[in-house]
Design a protein. Structure first.
Length: 183
């Protein structure tokens, strides 16, 4: 947890957690209980996946609440079904939301693919196999991606912030050969 505290101490960053609400059905309740100043948003809202809103992953701004930190490290479902994105405080929250929303459906080998990017298992298995360009695409306006691995260690990867936001209707392309194994 020391690595998390160090990351949270960086006042130049805002932090956002994306959680699979199917695997953590009480996530909105937990957010309001522990991060009372944060609001939960469903990534499927105002997207082509709107009709599946009830199954939507949830995103919320994370301010370092101890209750959320404990779940992040100690609750199996929470740990394996969430990731944290950190961005410069100057990056508008709506831009982060739209970017993360654009990751829901990506192009892999010219095929539209639903990407479960909010799973720690995805990052554990893929971070070393992806091209830097794909990592930068996935991070978008964010500087860091963090997840808790199976040993309950926070893994943090720093990318470079992509300056140009993608247009709302542009489907992102992932080109690493690793992704071909996933489809």
């Amino acid at each position: 947890m020391n690595k998390l505290k160090a990351l949270m101490a960086n006042d130049a960053l805002n932090h956002w957690i994306v959680v699979d609400a199917i695997r953590v059905p009480d996530i909105e309740e937990q957010i309001y209980l522990h991060e009372s100043t944060s609001e939960a948003f469903k990534l499927y809202d105002e997207s082509p996946l709107q009709e599946f809103r009830e199954q939507s992953p949830v995103i919320f701004q994370y301010f370092g609440a101890e209750g959320i930190s404990e779940q992040l490290f100690n609750d199996f479902a929470f740990r394996t079904s969430s990731v944290m994105f950190s961005a410069n405080v100057e990056v508008e929250p709506y831009r982060i939301f739209k970017h993360l929303q654009s990751l829901m459906v990506v192009n892999i080998d010219s095929k539209k693919t639903l990407l479960r990017f909010y799973s720690s298992k995805f990052w554990n298995s893929s971070i070393g196999k992806m091209a830097q360009s794909d990592i930068d695409t996935l991070l978008g306006p964010c500087q860091y991606i963090g997840w808790v691995n199976e040993d309950k260690e926070l893994k943090v990867y720093q990318g470079k912030e992509v300056d140009e936001p993608n247009s709302n209707d542009e489907i992102l392309n992932l080109n690493s050969s690793y992704f071909l194994e996933l489809i």
